[in-house]
Ligand binder design. Sequence first.
Ligand code: ARG
Ligand code: ZN
Ligand code: CA
Length: 198
Amino acid sequence: MTSFFTALDNIKRSEDGGADAWDTDSYLNIWVGRITTGVLGYSDNPTANIPDDEHGFVVGFQYFGESDHENYGMGKTAVHEIGHYLNLKHPWGSGNCDAANDWVNDTPISEDAYYGNPVHPQNSCETVDMFMNYMDYVDDSSMVMFSQGQVDRMHYALDIFRPTLQESNGCGVPYLVTQPDLLMPVQSLLLTVPYIWI
Ligand code: ARG
Ligand code: ZN
Ligand code: CA
C-alpha cells in the first residue's frame, strides 16, 4: 500500500501516487490516506505560502470519520484540521503561557496540549483551561466545542482569505433552501443564494 509523507505532501499529487486537488477556489479538498509520520492529520492555514493546488487538509485513514480507533475514532481530527484551514491555532499558541497564545480572547491561556480524557477543571497559566476544545489534542470523545471567538475568527478567515468558497456551487444545486425558495427558477437561485459547501 502506498504511504505518504507529511514533509513531501505527496498525497496531493497524482504524479507522486496521490490525487490532484479539485479547484481549491471552489472546494475544500480532504485527502485521506496512510501517513507515515505519526500525525493524525495536517492542514494548511490561510497565510501559509503553499501552491494553490495544495490547499486543504490531510487525515490518516485510521482517524477519518467513524472508525474503530480507540482514541481517535469519532472523526474529530477532520474538525480540528478544518479549524487550522480557517486560521485557528492551538489554544497554547507557542507554549509557555505565551500571552498572544492563539489570538482568540475567549480561549483561556494554557501552557501546553492536553491528551486523553482529562477531568475538569484543569489549570495552567493561572486559568481554568478549555481542554475540551476541538483545537486541543484530547481524545475524540473529549473534543466538543469551538468558542465564540474561534467561530468569529473562522468566519473572518472565510471572508478575507477564502471568499470564493462562499460563492462556490461546487456541489450543484443547493439543497439547503427553504420551501418558498424551491418555487423560484433554479437559475436565479444559483445567482442569488450564496452557500458554503464545506
Ligand atoms: N494535527 C493533530 C495531530 O496530528 C490533530 C489532532 C487531532 N486530535 C484528535 N483528538 N482527533 O496531532
Ligand atoms: Zn493542530
Ligand atoms: Ca486565547
